[in-house]
Design a protein. Sequence first.
Lengths: 181, 461
Amino acid sequence: MMQHRSHLYGVMGEFVTPEELIHAIEKVREAGYRRLDAYAPFPVVGLSEALGLKRNLVPLITLLGGLAGGLGGFCFQYWAAAITYPMNIGGRPLNSWPAFIPVTFELTVLGAALSAVFGMLALNRLPQPHHPVFNVPRFAHASTDRFFLCIEAHDPKFHLADTARLLQSLHAHHVSEVADD
Amino acid sequence: MSAGQPPLDSPEIRRLTPVIGPGHTYGSVTDKISAIVLTRPTSLGWFVGFAIAFSLMGMMTVAIAWLVIKGTGIWGINIPIGWGFAIVNFVWWIGIGHAGTLISAILFLLNQKWRTSINRFAEAMTLFAVACAGIFPLIHTGRPWMAFYMFPYPSTMGLWPQFRSPLIWDVFAVSTYGTVSLLFWFVGLIPDLATLRDRAVQKPMKIIYGMVSMGWRGSARHWHRYQSAYLLLAGLATPLVLSVHTVVSFDFAIAIVPGWHTTIFPPYFVAGAIYSGFAMVLTIAIPLRKAYGLEDFITMRHLDNMAKVMLATGLIVAYGYFFEFFMSSYSGNKFDLFLVQQRLHGPYAPFYFALILCNILTPQLLWFYKMRHNVVVLFLMSIVVNIGMWLERFVIVVISLTRDFVPSAWGRYSPTFWDWATFIGTIGMFVTLIFLFVRVLPAISIAEMRELVAEKSEEEQ
């Protein structure tokens, strides 16, 4: 049994509609489970709230990336045009800041967009070609029209038979064990 | 059309024309869109179209190779008309590239549901148009292998780009726009690539789609961050899309050449870009929905809305033309007045009148409901607007440069065979890329169509 437990990632239930999925999550959380994740073919309204997900770090990373791009961009132009390569054109000011605004703006957007995308991917730990949930054959439908709820084995309340029974009582269409390899 | 429905032009149907056909489920939208890529046999029409487009692209390659061997002397450019076709085509293509991001970002922020089925291929169109646009300034430098001079890199000569120059702003604006559009498009594609991975039958397809989908598994935690990132990208792309054609217009407006040095240029360039971009989206959408039977997803509502956007931006462009006249007479600047006169009576006057016909007069037909709902008329109209917007850039570049301040600096411009070969060649490249895109990637966002189905079923309950 111990051997078996260490090779188990969790138990997964399959649902047909997003409403059933959200209802199941609420019940499972009421039963005291905390280590769970849901899988859906599109962002379901209310899913994050049902799972109790907090605000994420993507906006902060994006802000920092944008600030770095904008400040870096402006300082760099200042340095290039006024310090390291000054050109005296009829005595015009070297720090002609209005002329530096377009590039500063573009670099702000570039820095923010790159950090939004790569920040999101990094926080999601993607790319990750393999994950235990893919061991469930029916999980291929998670990208089409089925909704899955997986209760993970490292949840303190996890008990294979009881947890599977709970999912079944919530009208999951298929309940499968998820092998961990 | 099933019996019992009210006639097409009744007010109820106008209001109720759906953004998605009736009876669709999560599974059916997925099947229908992914089948185009995965199971549908490639039609003869696809091969014929691809062959024609690819040959034209080959002509572009030859034209560019000949340019590299001989230099820009093979073009019609001269002094004083140093810009010619290269810049006309650059501005035209980059303008076309505006609709994609406008549809995906601005309409997303405005919560316009009808954007869903057109945003994916409009974004693809943006990327391909930006790729075509990028070729022109690059080869117009004459020595494209030295183009990296425009980027700030630590050179042994201690040189830095001139950041006060609009041409350098252009480098940053266009490359940022290309990068952000690519990111936006790719982020939108990730869930659909995962769908294709899970539905692909052949092993190589599974592996390729598996690699590019990066192991996306639709986890709620992933969606949570994904949605934040997508919303932020939309918010960032919105000012970006407005800034790009503004910066392109600075290439002209910052110069003191008559007809260029006006403050109306940035807004009127942006409106013109959206105008031509929507025209190109229609040019692609109408054959696409016909060829792949996507009338349920790209409905008349979409075509109608796009026609309305074209009409509105076309009127802004008309306002811009009018104001060029008004400002030149109101300011009394004799060079500006002379330029206006040259547009009406000079050697290039036929181009100007053709431009007015294509961009201002013809699109007025779009006021009529019957015209907006006639697919053939819309398709022809979109071609006319594409031609009109190309003529606009030709008029701006050529008339101003041939009629400078002093008569001794006047000149004439006519394109050569190689100018045309390069221009038509980029159209070939654009169409080639569109054909490949439709064949290997889902042309409509499957994940967003599922969201639409979910919302629709909620509304019905």
